[in-house]
Write a protein that binds this ligand. Sequence first.
Ligand code: B12
Length: 213
Amino acid sequence: MTTEIYEQAMESIVKGDAALAEEMAQKGLGEGIEPIELINNGFIPGINKVGELFGMGTLFLPELIQAATAMQTATELINDAIPDNEAASGGRIIIGTVAGDVHDIGKTIVVSLFKANGFEVKDLGRDVSVEQFIEGADKFNADIIGTSALLTTTMPEQKKLEESLKKAGLKSRFKTMVGGAPVTRRWAKRIGADAFAENAGDGVRLARELLAG
Ligand code: B12
């Protein structure tokens, strides 16, 4: 039954069928599947498939937008089902998608999982400039600045953030964590970011490690 839900969830995204995506999200949650498992095993494989087809030129922008809308419908519903853990403060993280980039589905999942794990989170949204990240981190008194970049053309913003933090003498005050589909551990190392997270769960684990020193 669970496998069937995962398969249909994937299919709903590939087809760009928001109604089916909503139905599968509700069905999965109703059956007691862990929200993050439902996203990771059902919906993410679907949107990754769409990305692949778009990259190959088999699928075009209108279909990409339709698939993204279906993905947003499902993830919003599932994100709402991830309860915030307001009791403990695991630390403070400010997070956003970098300037020039509007991809925010992954970033929003990361925000939900951090909140569920007792972090205080400030979500700056998408298309966030380096200046906004630094100002926001200062005001929020963040421990960690997390950035998401989905385009190879916007990844340099993550490098710019490291350079600006160094220039302002703030590199030791804030830890930095980078993510997004084209981002790699190697990139993180090259630009001097403190951590790279492959997915939301990894992000929470690594943030705890960073804060433990
Ligand atoms: C959905 C989508 C869109 C949607 C975005 C809707 C939205 N609100 O987000 C729309 C239709 C708007 C879109 C637009 C475009 N897109 Co697009 N899009 C995608 C697609 C298919 C999926 C992205 C996604 O949501 N993935 C699912 C989430 C859950 O995964 P994720 O974002 O990677 O996040 C996870 C991890 O990476 C990690 N993570 C991410 N960020 C962070 C941050 C931190 C701090 C941490 C800890 C972890 C973490 O945790 C997340 C959860 O596990 C990708 C393909 C792909 N495989 O990535 C293309 C893709 C990224 N898009 C692409 C392109 C080209 C575009 C456009 C330029 C198309 C165009 N011609 O207009 C525009 C650019 C707009 C812009 N300026 O940003 C290319 C990029 C190619 C490149 N080399 O850079 C891709 C790779 C498709 C392809 N194969 O060609 N896109």
